[in-house]
Design a protein around this ligand. Sequence first.
Ligand SMILES: [Zn+2]
Length: 436
Amino acid sequence: MDARLRDEAVGLMRDLVRVDSSNPPGRETPAALVVKAYLEANGVACELVARDPDRANVVARLPGRGTGPSLALLGHTDVVPADAVDWTHPPFDAHLDDAGFVWGRGTCDMKNELATRCVVIAELARTGFAPAGDLLLISQADEEDGTDVVGMPWLLAERPDLRCDYAIDEGGGVRLELADGRVVYTLQVGEKATLPATVTALGEAGHASIPTMGRNAVPLLAELIRRLDAHATRRRLVPAIRGMVEALGVDPDRDLAAVAAEVAALHPAFALEIDALLGITIAPTLLTGSSARNVLPGRASVGVDCRILPGDTEADLERELAEALGDDIPHEVRLDQGITGGTESPLGTPLHAALAGAVETLEPGAVLVPQLSTGFTDAAFVRQAFGTVAYGFWPVVSTPLDVYEGGMHNRDERIHVDDLGTAVALQLDVVRRLLG
Ligand SMILES: [Zn+2]
């Protein structure tokens, strides 16, 4: 690690954290201007691209020699809101403590990553690096909310020249020590898709003073919810999770319950997620019953958060819901909107190899383990728009895992400064391997 580059990235991250870009409402332009000023001061050509002048995106480019692939480094400027009363240090002060942690909203998600990516492209420009293909830096607004369509989906539609072969975004890079002593780093290669549904129990309205009058839909719904909660969905291995299982040294071609148990035993982080990565998940969350306490409703419904695997269809979810609900209680199932997300980049690409090589340099013997996110990142838009191979990777080594994950979208978000130094060094290595 180069202490000078670490401190440069820490300084830029602290400048970004001090700009409150909480979304909603966003207003990311002041953060975009911090990025632009830094890049231009270091000789990187840069432009703001905005649909809404208060919510600018940043695009920078180090032109390639034209002989190789292009790579985009991504980083959103918005953050989720923070309530200062909950925090040990104010969330927009970027306080640096004696132990080397910078506290503040966005220090893990993802002004840390953005700052290191800016330093990477700046350092390459300063040292006269001429990439084989274009090296892009895209810093987009509105990742956390997305309702206004001013960030990545708008930007990519507006600017087809941002087409790139490879991209690195947020998500993976977490260092895990397995139960058997091996060390792995996660590589996020895709995400599950959301496909929200509503299940409505159909009864018959009546006066609540005589509950046997009519057929109260609420207890019917209660039984349907119990069935949804108890249902075990089919398990299958998508390519990313097959890659994960193989990278962990577990034989994937067996009963998947045994595979899941073996993976879960390797680390609590895998134990938490493995079931959700092997199938559709169904979580009943939003309740609607009668609009008046003294009326037995004829209809009662539950909004259900459903997440499907890449490649699953609406019919796959409908089949699982039908099996869960049975046919003895009258009900309706409605899919509320289409499939969102569910993209997956292939493994074994030159970017995968470059990251694996850089991880080996960082920590000899450590293994890169593919992973799917159960959430969503803007990498999905890049995969969908251009067929880009996009991975999430930013090494988290010096910040304890519970601190890192505990602060994400939560109080007391903080990052150790050495992780910024490690991230700059590793990403410089990746760029040189891929575009050198
Ligand atoms: Zn993020």
